[in-house]
Design a protein around this ligand. Structure first.
Ligand code: ADP
Ligand code: TPW
Ligand code: MG
Length: 562
């Protein structure tokens, strides 16, 4: 057979990805994937090279959330793979579709632990943290392997899939005929899963008994792209709703039915709660008292059957995809079935008003140095002219305050620390969001949070991405140390100038110590469409330990029990 009739694993992987519409890869190059990345780029796939695999993986994960197509991250063996695994585990935890593809060493040597270069049994290491983990052992299986990875990542409850590609498979030759026949174009990777009609009827019947109904929308609802169906249901029923943080904007935060500014009251007093794409995990206090009342009954709409009853009995489970489920609710809904409960709506409205006024007083103060509220007001003022900006947010106080102060008006525009409350997603999410949307991104990050992925500022500058990073610099994790004291476990360098980091890479650095300046530089940075970093100086005494979750610190938790 002549050479012209042969192909190899490298080419087959690229063809299989392209055939399935994977047009972007995030990664870090090295043996054995360097040539694979070169070939992918030459064949028209966009490649974003990072400084650390965790950020590349985070970019892939958030691309998955934003597009419903698995984001693809490629890494080298053992250490590169493990760096990427943190992002894959985070994707699985947050239900984002992602595929981590790592090159691996010689299986014969790895399996006998004979000490190969970058030796690790990657597939088995990945299994506990991934939705699925597969290995491709023969070049003719590349098409099937990639098809299985795509389906596993995006169908049902989405998650992270690990795909192991041995160096041997990449380098193996295969005749073109066999190769072409082995490719698989995945048809309908995430098919709709409509709920049973009885489940829909049961949910509507339960809601019809409610005096004080409440809808809680989670990031699963945002992911489902059922924006119109959900809006129609919420508005037709007139029921108040609460968005979880990454579901903010699914209905605009200034929607009259939003109960966000009366959250505890609404949760504590609702008699029927409809959860849509939101788990009753720690972020919702597991559905238990004291936040929740014992008598509340639940409708839960979720694609994962085992999510139901995970923390509390669910009276009306609706297992299916949210788009189909809400379409079915809207068809089933008869006018007047679920009443507008005037007293309930009025009471929520009153409490909202009180809380909004209380917050306004804090927001309008202008202390020097700036605190979280005043600095966020300044950033918010810069954002009002740009509602299409994607917001990335991580930190403790920086996260808690920004979630409340920065209103969202469009779905899937707020990307944050998510289910794990993880630090380090910032720059990866910013690159991924800019890459797949082409829209400006503003990353609002604590100074500690920024440090976890800060070197990706070089990546942002290299690709000239429209990302403005605003570092809320209070000299520490939660707060800064008092002057003239040794650094404590939470302290970070006093008065660090993070803005100078981006200048080293040719980006625009800004140092802002007051609110008018902060608004001005953030506005300019967004309008420039170029990489920028704003060092926003925040009072080092302003933050509280652990932000809003101090009750989870073991010492506070123990004190509460006694
Ligand atoms: P949040 O943190 O916003 O409360 P969670 O991540 O806890 O949200 O919950 C997301 C839920 O959404 C998961 O239980 C997941 O199974 C579910 N989910 C994801 N996609 C869909 C979909 N298309 N339809 C229905 N449920 C979905
Ligand atoms: C991967 C623990 C939670 S919040 C935080 C850490 C280190 C940083 C808070 O400081 P920051 O924000 O960002 O300066 P602010 O505004 O309160 O000062 N490692 C990982 N994830 C988590 N969550 C931690 C550690 C943590
Ligand atoms: Mg800080």
């Amino acid at each position: 057979m002549s050479e012209a009739e042969m192909t190899d694993g490298f080419h087959l992987v690229v063809e299989a990805l392209k055939l399935n519409g994977i047009d972007t890869i995030y990664g870090v190059a090295g043996i054995p994937i360097t040539d694979l990345l070169r070939l992918a780029q030459a064949e028209g796939i966009r490649y974003f090279g990072f400084r650390h695999e965790q950020s590349a993986g985070n970019a892939a994960a958030i691309s998955g959330f934003l597009t419903q197509k698995p984001g693809v991250c490629m890494t080298v063996s053992a250490p590169g793979f493990l760096n990427g695994m943190v992002a894959l585990a985070n994707a699985t935890t947050n239900c984002f579709p992602m595929i981590l593809i790592s090159g691996s060493s010689d299986r014969a040597i790895v399996d006998l632990e004979q000490g190969d270069y970058e030796e690790l049994d990657q597939m088995n290491a990945a299994k506990p943290y991934a939705k699925a983990a597969y290995r491709i052992n023969r070049p003719q299986d590349i098409g099937t392997g990639i098809a299985r990875a795509i389906r596993a990542a995006s169908s049902g409850r989405p998650g992270g899939v690990y795909l192991d590609l041995t160096a041997e498979v990449l380098g193996s030759a295969l005749d073109i005929g066999t190769a072409k026949n082995s490719l698989v174009k995945v048809v309908d990777p995430a098919p709709p899963q409509p709920p049973a009609p009885e489940a829909v009827a049961r949910a509507i019947d339960l809601l019809a008994t409610a005096q004080r109904p409440l809808a809680i929308l989670g990031k699963g609802a945002a992911y489902a792209r059922a924006d119109a169906e959900i809006r129609s249901f919420v508005e037709t029923t007139g029921m108040p709703f609460l968005p979880m943080s990454m579901a903010k904007g699914l209905l605009p935060d200034d929607h009259p039915q939003s109960a966000a500014a009366a959250r505890s009251y609404a949760i504590g007093n609702a008699d029927v709660v409809m959860l849509a794409g939101a788990r009753l995990n720690w972020l919702l206090s597991h559905g238990r008292p004291p936040l929740w009342s014992e008598g509340t009954r639940f409708v839960q709409v979720d694609i994962s059957p085992t999510e139901i009853d995970s923390n509390r009995a669910i009276a009306a489970p609706v297992v299916g995809d949210i788009k189909s489920a809400f379409a079915a609710f809207n068809r089933t809904l008869k006018p007047g079935r679920i009443g507008r409960q005037a007293a309930w709506i009025d009471e929520i409205g009153k409490r909202k008003q009180q809380n909004i006024e209380r917050m306004a007083a804090r927001l309008n103060a202008d202390p020097s140095p700036m605190n979280f509220s005043s600095a966020l007001r300044a950033v918010r003022n810069a954002l009002t002219a740009h509602p299409d900006v994607y917001i990335v947010n991580e930190g403790a106080n920086t996260l808690d305050f920004a979630r409340n102060v920065i209103d969202m008006s469009l779905p899937r525009h707020r990307l944050d620390s998510g289910t794990w409350g993880v630090m380090g997603v910032g720059m990866g999410y910013a690159v991924g969001a800019a890459a797949v949307t082409g829209k400006p991104v503003v990353a609002i990050v604590g100074d500690s949070a920024f440090g976890f992925s800060g070197m990706e500022i070089e990546t942002i500058c290299r690709y000239e991405l429209p990302v403005t990073t605003v570092v809320f610099n209070n000299n520490g994790i939660y707060r800064g140390d008092p002057p003239d004291k040794p650094y404590s476990p939470t302290g970070l360098l006093r008065d660090a100038r993070y803005d100078r980091i981006i200048e080293a890479f040719g980006g625009a650095g800004h140092h802002a110590t007051d609110t008018p300046n902060l608004t001005r530089v953030v506005s300019e940075a967004i309008a420039s469409g170029k990489p920028a970093l704003v060092n926003a100086v925040i009072d080092p005494t302003a933050g509280t330990e652990s932000g809003h979750i101090q009750s989870l610190n073991p010492r506070s938790a123990a004190a509460q029990k006694t």
